[in-house]
Design a protein around this ligand. Structure first.
Ligand SMILES: Nc1ncnc2c1ncn2[C@@H]1O[C@H](COP(=O)(O)OP(=O)(O)OP(=O)(O)O)[C@@H](O)[C@H]1O
Length: 625
């Protein structure tokens, strides 16, 4: 049943991707399947005619038929290959698009963090490119093989029924064995998923420019290479075991088929010597036994390949059928009921409990927090206190396990997540550095502004990165990447782009850490008119002067706007309307700077510690004096 629905799914995808190619491919498969049988029959007729002997005009149609079959046999395989590859490309493209659309539809992050789901996604991605096309080609191949085998079996049956039965009996175990093997292959691919994931992690590590510094400094390249090889050896051992099993099955079954055909041949020669069958019958019998065996082997291979691909295609179908990861309102279209209205009162975390999974400890334990409309709130606390987690819940990348996050009193779970996010601008602590142009890096913050130079440069100016960008070789159009050379053309001396890149010419320009951070800030500023601005450590990588500039700019920009700012630099956030200190997954202190200093609690301690750090001499310098 599952095989049936998988096959139907693949056929439906292929039909959608290009029905005319599918029909052409099926027609060619049918033509290809009857040609060998027609060739054998026509050869028998020609031999019998010559032996009789028959006049040439009786032999002429047979000769023309043989010539036509020869032309067909020469052309059909090439046409079929072309149609198959075209189908592969079309279904691959459609399948990939559907897979990525499904992944894009996951509202939250949890699935991207679950190793089992990641394995399934990887297999689905691999399968999506080739499996549907391979399943369709396999199904057509099976149909073609069946027609050929049945045609030859019919011929055999006419000459000797018991021989036909014997040949089928010899082929049946091969079919059963191949099906069992293909199931084992699919299970193996699933089993070694984590091993391959680790191997590819080491591969990326050993070739990534970020890791290159530390690997060289610590001299750990060889150690990691050995770990990578260990993973590959584990996968190889599993493959080898399967290959050996396959070898055993296939050579045993091949032997059985060879013995069957040998016996059939001896019987045919014996019968011809006694005069009970003609020379044409012998030729047809030899062709039929060989044709049934070759056809069965082909059939078995097609079935097992299609079966394997079908099992892989199962991962693709599973991802597509996995449904929403977080509940979304049933109907987001009805009169905009699930659209968040512009923020008017504020956002409230009400007794929020959250952990990343049942295996993780609680990160938030009954958090109560209000971000009032039009005010700036700064979230403070030591590493791991849960500040970024609050940010992620606010963007609805996860849902609370208990309690609720309310947008003007409406639970975020009752709002359309895409609409909610349209109202938010954010810089995450682990912001993205896109290997795109400077303009694109900013413009991705708001696709409407992507071609709007004035909006992009205004955002860049506000983030203090405009001058940096205009000094780049191609200004806002400079590619900020080491991955893609800016110029794919060969240089004048004929060097390829790889060589040019290796010598430092024609490559995109990467920025410094702080410059990237400003770019991320510009991206958020592009969404500055949105209802809520979230900045998670927006100045961590900036120099002191830049940080000051950024915070002055931020202060002006934030005035009268609702914002949430996460920072460890207390001097930079002291003038926020509300300072909130998190500890142990809940709010332990809140108020403005003056109130919290007077309270002489956690904030006052942290603030004084940082302030002293700037003002007092270090114990070492005192000692030196
Ligand atoms: N994706 C995740 N899966 C599991 N645990 C996580 C995940 N992200 C964060 N955590 C854990 O949740 C806790 C809170 O992390 P969070 O990033 O919110 O802290 P933070 O206050 O922002 O810290 P920092 O000041 O270091 O940025 C930490 O113990 C962290 O290990």
């Amino acid at each position: 049943m599952r095989v049936g629905t998988g096959l139907l799914g693949a056929l439906a995808l292929a039909w959608r991707a290009g029905w005319h190619t599918l029909v052409g491919q099926a027609g060619l498969a049918l033509l290809g399947s009857v040609l060998p049988v027609a060739l054998a029959w026509l050869t028998k007729l020609a031999l019998d005619g010559v032996a009789r002997p028959a006049p040439f005009r009786d032999l002429l149609p047979i000769g023309l038929g043989l010539a036509a079959v020869g032309v067909g046999a020469g052309l059909v395989p090439h046409l079929e290959r072309y149609a198959r590859q075209d189908m592969q490309r079309r279904t691959g493209l459609l399948a990939q698009d559907r897979l990525f659309a499904a992944a894009e539809g996951f509202v939250g992050l949890a699935r991207f963090e679950a190793p089992a789901f990641l394995d399934r996604l990887r297999l689905a991605h691999q399968a999506g490119g080739i499996a549907p096309g391979a399943v369709v080609a396999g199904a057509l191949g099976v149909g073609r093989g069946l027609v050929t085998v049945l045609g030859f079996l019919g011929a055999l049956f006419l000459i000797s029924p018991w021989l036909a039965v014997a040949v089928v009996a010899a082929a049946a175990p091969a079919l059963a064995a191949e099906l069992a093997l293909s199931r084992r292959w699919a299970a193996l691919l699933w089993r070694i998923g984590p091993v391959q994931r680790r191997e590819s992690f080491y591969q990326q590590l050993l070739t990534s420019v970020q890791a290159a510094k530390e690997l060289r400094l610590f001299g750990v390249g060889r150690y990691l290479r050995e770990r990578m090889a260990t993973e590959r050896r584990t996968a190889n051992a599993e493959h080898r075991t399967m290959d050996r099993r396959e070898l055993r099955y296939q050579s045993g079954l091949g032997l059985l088929a060879a013995v069957t055909s040998g016996v059939a041949l001896l019987w045919a020669l014996h019968a011809a010597a006694r005069g009970s069958i003609t020379a044409g019958d012998v030729a047809l019998l030899v062709a039929a036994v060989a044709g049934v065996q070759a056809g069965t082997t082909g059939l078995v291979t097609e079935i097992s390949t299609a079966h394997q691909q079908l099992l892989l295609f199962g991962h693709y179908r599973a991802v597509l059928a996995s449904g929403p990861d977080l509940p979304t309102p049933a109907d987001t279209s009805t009169a905009g009921t699930h659209r968040p209205a512009p923020l008017r009162v504020g956002i409230e975390f009400r007794d929020v409990w959250f952990r990343y999974s049942p295996d993780h400890p609680w990160t938030l334990r009954g958090l109560d927090l209000t971000i009032p409309y039009g005010r700036s709130v700064a979230l403070l606390g030591r590493n791991g206190a849960g500040k970024s987690t609050v940010v992620k819940l606010l963007c609805r990348l996860y849902d609370p396990d208990r309690g609720a996050v309310l947008w003007d009193g409406v639970d975020l779970r009752d709002l359309d997540p895409a609409e909610l996010r349209r109202r938010i601008g954010a810089v995450f602590q682990d912001f993205m550095e896109y290997d795109l142009s400077a303009a694109d890096n900013i413009g991705l913050g708001d696709l409407d502004a992507l071609g709007d130079e004035s909006r992009i440069s205004a955002a860049a100016r506000r983030a203090g990165v405009h001058d940096t960008i205009t000094n780049l070789p191609r200004g806002y159009q400079t590619l900020l990447s080491r991955l893609f050379p800016d110029d794919h053309a060969e240089s004048e001396d004929g060097a390829t782009s790889d060589e040019t890149a290796a010598s430092g010419g024609g490559v995109g320009v990467p920025l410094s850490g702080g410059q990237w951070q400003r770019l991320a800030l510009a991206r958020a500023y592009l969404r500055g008119e949105r209802d809520l601005l979230i900045l998670d450590e927006p100045s961590a990588g900036l120099d002191a002067e830049a940080e000051y500039d950024i915070h002055v700019g931020l202060r002006q920009f934030r005035a009268g706007r609702t914002s949430l700012l996460v920072s460890h630099r207390l001097g930079a956030v002291r003038d926020a309307d509300l300072l909130v200190v998190l500890d142990g997954g809940r709010v332990v202190e809140q108020g403005d700077h003056a109130t919290l200093l007077r309270a002489d609690g956690r904030y006052a301690q942290m603030f004084q510690l940082q302030a002293q750090g700037y003002l007092t001499d270090s114990p070492h310098s005192v000692g030196v004096r």
